[in-house]
Design a protein around this ligand. Structure first.
Ligand code: ATP
Ligand code: MG
Length: 416
């Protein structure tokens, strides 16, 4: 005899969604797809799995993502592969290996699942979903502006424009960044005994990352850290001024966040986050920036680029409930002949673009209540008597009115 088996549980941080929650995510994706067309971003698909080095080289060994969040494993041939923790690295890899360079400047958009081994909590999962938009091969600040205007319009169309504020910073060019990094090192080194263990560890490896610390005890020291403005080269300052002037011209509201750095190492110049106070600790809904150095770290030519990603779960928690999907009609067959005829009518109605369901369980009362609870506008009742006459009873479930309609004219009658 087989021992009773415990049925399998989901993997921690991975969700199955039914109904409204799934509809919300679909509504976010639909809005994204609509807006990306207005901005001329082509749809792309990239693999979920990449060689581990694609992420390790681009995102940076000192980041949380690479050092502790990646789902990496050896595949059956012993090669180390990683489930994408984000889209940018895979798109950059494709840009190089698939010959997309010939189309530069290239505006692309995609969405789908991403994986990070994090502690699950509200708005934070191990399998989550991102929207992603990138412009590859464009060095002009106008690209940063276009990308931010796209993000801004998307959030407005989702009805959360007021709830999410664009926090904007520049990370300057490499010269700026090096000078700022030295100053940050000095500042944090002077306070090193008060820093969290993790930040002390980052001090030698990458002091910029301390600005991104999640340890509350670090925050006062972060708040008194030198800001990048004192170190900007004139080129870097000009670039940032062009971006902010463009945003103002395009009517995109922004706020300066002089200590904002991003969790990933590849950013240069523009860095930004749309932040909300409606989701507790998980307040960043959309984030990105310019990553001019990334494609070179993959062995490609110098290729300026800028992009963003947004968490679909976080956005979908902020939007109003989408209209539930309802059938236009529910067919109620009575008797064997009625059922056969209803099968045919059901298929015909659906081919005519009418959302139709059939209620074939229980007595008439049960079937009618099923039609009502499904939210249908009409119940269509088909029994022997109707079949003889070549008609069907169309019952308007709002008014309760009922009338006989010729079988061939049902679609017209219910379309209204
Ligand atoms: P956080 O600071 O919240 O960890 P991050 O800087 O790691 O975010 P990015 O790498 O910029 O996030 O990813 C872009 C967006 O993807 C985030 O702003 C967020 O909306 C979403 N996101 C990132 N990690 C998760 C996760 N584990 N679960 C759900 N959404 C996530
Ligand atoms: Mg993170």
């Amino acid at each position: 005899m087989r021992a009773a088996m415990k049925s399998p549980q989901p993997i921690r941080g991975m969700q199955s969604l039914l109904g409204e929650e799934a509809d919300r995510m679909a509504a976010v994706v639909a809005a994204f797809d609509r807006v990306r067309r207005l901005y001329g971003f082509q749809r792309v698909e990239v693999p979920v799995l990449e060689a581990t080095e694609v992420f390790a080289r681009t995102i940076g060994e000192t980041t949380d993502v690479v050092s502790k969040e990646m789902y990496s494993f050896d595949d059956r041939s012993g090669d180390s592969v990683t489930m994408r923790p984000e889209f940018t690295a895979g798109i950059a890899r494709s840009f190089l290996s698939e010959g997309w360079q010939q189309y530069a400047p290239l505006k692309v958009a995609t969405h789908g699942p991403a994986f990070r081994y994090e502690r699950p909590q509200k708005g934070r999962f191990r399998q989550f979903h991102q929207l992603d938009a990138e412009i590859i091969g464009a060095a002009e600040p106008a690209s940063d502006v276009e990308l931010l205007a796209f993000a801004d319009q998307l959030l407005k169309e989702l009805g959360i424009g007021e709830g999410a504020i664009l926090n904007l910073n520049t990370l300057g060019d490499p010269e700026t960044r090096n000078a700022w990094r030295d100053a940050l090192y000095e500042h944090f080194n002077a306070h090193s005994s008060d820093l969290s263990e993790e930040s002390r560890d980052r001090l030698e490896r990458n002091p910029l990352r301390i600005l991104d610390s999640k340890a509350h005890s670090d925050w006062p020291i972060v708040d008194s850290a030198p800001v990048i403005d004192d170190f900007l080269t004139s080129e870097a300052a000009d670039f940032f001024a062009a971006v902010t002037a463009g945003l103002d011209a395009a009517g995109v509201r922004w706020e300066r966040a002089p200590r904002l750095v991003r969790g990933l190492d590849y950013y240069r110049h523009t860095a930004f986050e749309f932040i909300t106070d409606r989701l507790g600790a998980q307040g960043t809904v959309l984030a990105g920036g310019r990553y001019d150095g990334l494609i070179e770290t993959l062995g490609g030519p110098h290729t300026p680029a800028v992009g963003w990603a947004a968490g679909i779960e976080r956005l979908s928690m902020m939007i109003g409930a989408p209209e539930p999907e309802r059938p236009d009609v529910v067919l109620i067959p009575l008797g064997e002949r009625g059922e056969a005829a209803a099968q045919r009518l059901l298929a015909d109605l659906r081919r005519d673009g009418i959302a139709a369901e059939m209620a074939f369980r229980g007595n008439m009362k049960k079937r009618l209540s099923r039609a009502n609870s499904a939210g249908a506008r009409f119940a269509l009742i088909l029994g022997d008597d109707e079949l003889e006459r070549g008609v069907i009873q169309v019952k308007d479930l709002r008014s309760g009115e009922q009338s006989a309609v010729a079988l061939g004219e049902v679609a017209e009658a219910v379309r209204a």
